[in-house]
Design a protein around this ligand. Structure first.
Ligand code: AMP
Ligand code: GLY
Length: 430
């Protein structure tokens, strides 16, 4: 089989790494890919949102399966375009990808199906939104309806900050994505990412994972695309998992099918475990980044087989097998990230990373034979171990080999889980 992976970040590197282990796969292409992906796949210089370009390439190369990493091409209909051309594609159609592409749409689906989520009000104009904030003082969460490259959510500590966010969004900060704005109640609790394979009807959740969104240790500083993730999540008990499947995942997939938009692909539910119970913070229409990196190290089953089953409506006949233990991915970011950062700095030590640590590339490029930084999130060092402490020891040991100017990373990935599990040694692991 010839596979095309669309995208060029750490998530796509981890997917390519896993796909390369599938016995039926003969060739892998990645568009546009990155310096790390280039060691496993043929990188083609086509942007992830250039749908006509990708379609022409897939036709010409007789690609058997295209796997779409990022949300942007899914939300504008890459899966529809491939399907119309008779090319198998893993990822939801445009209408189904609205679950991520429009927060108002996602809230409507949740309300119709009684899926627990934060209380919210949607606005199409600044005036009523600002008036609402005056009537409901205190912390609030302000969200642009459409895609905003991960920056469309403002968790406002007070009314002044919420007002500023509303004004900026209606003022055009996110273009058309901010034409509608949601104000929702501020929730507190542990977050967990549940990614599930869906075939339109059947839902097969992957192991639970937890991202670390803030740039700084102890969850301090601004939000990022994600600074690290581990799986599985100890507080996510089998009882919670069963409820999430019954009360969130299956009703969502049923509601999408009933609305005429059967959901095929990965459904990513961002959940918060609050005192009042589980609530959905968001849906994404794709694999998470960096959650995918540890998940791919834990997945034992053939990923390509599972994806084909999802496309063909045959997930009911599958079982997903996992390696025992835990895995963790730690993002190595460029100096300044998530603010402005430099690109083009040489990365050294990648050849000295001990075996057992996979260094997935997120933002890298090859310039005159040298791997250089090319993004804010540069690498994601990932390791599996018999348990979370073992995986953490392995990954942080591996990171010591790597260096680039300004490199920074969180030393406390997975630490809260260790504390909760009452594990000794969590204090020394820094
Ligand atoms: P979203 O893109 O909706 O997941 O939002 C990004 C991040 O903002 C989430 O991962 C949470 O950390 C935070 N967030 C979103 N909604 C809420 C909420 N209602 N209360 C508190 N934090 C939230
Ligand atoms: N890790 C967060 C996301 O993929 O949206």
């Amino acid at each position: 089989m010839r596979i095309l992976v669309v995208g060029g970040g750490g998530r796509e590197h981890a997917l390519v790494w896993k796909i390369a282990q599938s016995p039926g796969v003969t060739e892998i292409y990645c568009a546009p890919g990155n310096a790390g992906i280039a060691s496993l796949a043929t990188c083609v210089p086509i942007k992830a949102d250039d749908i006509p370009g990708l379609l022409a390439f897939a036709r010409q190369t007789t690609i058997d399966l295209t796997i779409v990493g990022p949300e942007a091409p899914l939300v504008v209909g890459i899966a529809d375009a491939f399907q119309e051309a008779g090319l198998p594609v893993f990822g939801p159609y445009r209408a189904a990808a609205q679950l991520e592409g429009s927060k108002v749409f996602a809230k409507e689906i949740m309300q119709q199906s009684g899926i627990p989520t934060a209380r919210h009000v949607a606005f199409t104009e600044a005036g009523p939104a600002l008036a609402y904030l005056e009537e409901h003082p205190g912390p609030a969460v302000v969200k642009a309806d459409g895609l905003a490259a991960g920056k469309g959510v403002v968790v406002a500590a007070d009314t002044a900050a919420a007002r500023e966010a509303v004004t900026a969004m209606f003022g055009g900060r996110f273009g058309a994505a901010g034409k509608r704005v949601i104000i929702e109640e501020y929730l507190e609790g542990e977050e967990v990412s549940i990614l599930a394979l869906c075939d339109g009807e059947t839902v097969r959740p992957l192991l639970p994972s937890q991202d670390h969104k803030r740039v700084g240790e102890g969850d301090s500083g601004p939000n990022t695309g994600g600074m690290g993730a581990y799986a599985p999540v100890p507080f996510y008990t089998p009882e919670i998992a069963a409820r999430v499947e019954e009360e969130i995942l299956r009703p969502t997939v049923r509601a999408m099918a009933a609305a005429g938009h059967p959901y095929r692909g990965v459904l990513y539910a961002g959940l918060m475990l609050t005192r009042e119970g589980l609530k959905v913070l968001e849906f994404n229409c794709r694999f998470g980044d960096p959650e995918t990196q540890p998940l791919m190290l834990l997945l034992k089953s053939d990923l390509v087989e599972l994806m084909l089953a999802a496309i063909n409506g045959e997930l009911a006949g599958t079982r997903i097998a996992w390696y025992p233990g835990a895995a963790v991915g730690v993002v190595l970011a460029a100096g300044g990230y998530p603010g402005p950062y430099v690109k083009g700095d040489p990365i050294i030590g990648l050849d000295r990373v001990p075996s057992g640590v996979e260094v997935f590339h997120a933002g890298t490029a090859l310039v005159a034979g040298q791997v250089v930084t090319a993004g804010g999130r540069v690498l994601c060092a990932t390791a599996r171990g018999a348990d979370l402490p073992a995986a953490l020891d392995r990954v942080y040991d591996g990171i010591r080999a790597i260096h680039f100017p300004g490199m920074h990373y969180r030393r406390d990935i997975g630490r809260r889980a260790l504390k909760e599990a009452g594990s000794k040694g969590s204090e020394t692991r820094s």
